[in-house]
Design a protein around this ligand. Structure first.
Ligand code: HEM
Length: 239
């Protein structure tokens, strides 16, 4: 078997052949390069998303598995914290596209046809894990199940805080992931609005208005239960 080297291990020949621009070969080089930049940013997002979705799926499985070992909870915290960091990277990938000159985008956008980020399968899976549109997702259900197996509720975990051990750290990490996802959506709306204003999206939606409606904070129940501590504390404290 041939000795592995950098390019044979990472398949860089295949990877670097995947940035196929759609503008005609006769187009200005600055436009071709701008479309190349657009493709690289989107492909990078899909790669980081692959890792994010895999990390969050494993965290969900560890939380919902029947075992009660602390290991499962500790590992799920590590995975959630890594996913939160990856969402920060994904946020950066959106910000970098703000350096796409509008005059170049105007020239290659017609060649995108009806292709749209809204068709990203991996983003749909991410939405199912985190919950979308005010609904709880698979991760929150797994967290509830994990608390239940330890004989408590999410409300107990919030009330006990650090005294509830690993589950408290899971709750904190879930919110870091949720806020990272929300930040990505807000940055994406800002980018989209800067680049196409009130125009329709290539996927056929109203664009700005559609994306604004899609921005919600994941884990609403966890936020509500934590917020309720403020009033409970007041009610419990001596007059
Ligand atoms: C100049 C850059 C971008 C523009 C103008 C833009 C525009 C849009 C628009 C208008 C939509 C609404 C659907 C439609 O009608 O097409 C959308 C959705 C979406 N885009 Fe982008 N986008 C940009 C960059 C990106 C990047 C870098 C990603 C990362 C992969 C991305 C991922 C998505 C996703 C996941 C949705 C669905 C969002 C949701 O359902 O909440 N977009 N985009």
């Amino acid at each position: 078997m041939a000795e592995l080297n950098y390019s044979s291990y990472l398949k860089t020949d295949v990877l670097l052949s995947l940035q196929r621009t759609q503008v005609p070969e006769t187009a200005d080089r600055t436009v071709v390069l701008a479309e190349h930049f657009f493709i690289v940013a989107h492909q990078s997002c899909e790669l980081w998303l692959k890792q994010t979705v895999a990390d969050l799926s494993l965290a969900r499985d560890l939380l919902s598995s029947t075992g009660r070992s602390a290991d499962g909870v500790d590992t799920s915290v590590e995975l959630l914290q890594r996913a939160a960091e990856l969402l920060r990277v994904l946020h950066e990938q959106v910000l970098v596209l703000e350096r796409l000159p509008l005059r170049h985008f105007v020239q290659f956008r017609p060649y995108l046809g009806t292709a749209s980020g809204a068709q990203s399968q991996q983003f749909m899976v991410l939405g199912g894990l985190l919950g979308d549109g005010g609904e709880e997702g698979e991760l929150y259900r797994a967290f509830e199940a994990s608390a239940d197996r330890r004989g408590c509720t999410v409300a107990d975990v919030c009330r006990l805080g650090i005294a509830s051990g690993g589950l408290h750290r899971v709750a904190e990490a879930l919110l870091d992931v949720g806020n990272g996802y929300w930040r990505w959506k807000v940055a994406h709306l800002g980018l989209m609005s800067k680049m196409v204003g009130g125009q329709q999206g290539t996927g056929g939606t109203s664009g700005e208005e559609f994306l604004m409606r899609r921005i919600t904070l994941p884990f609403p129940e966890l936020r509500r239960l934590r917020g309720a501590l403020h009033t409970q504390e007041l009610a419990a404290s001596p007059a």
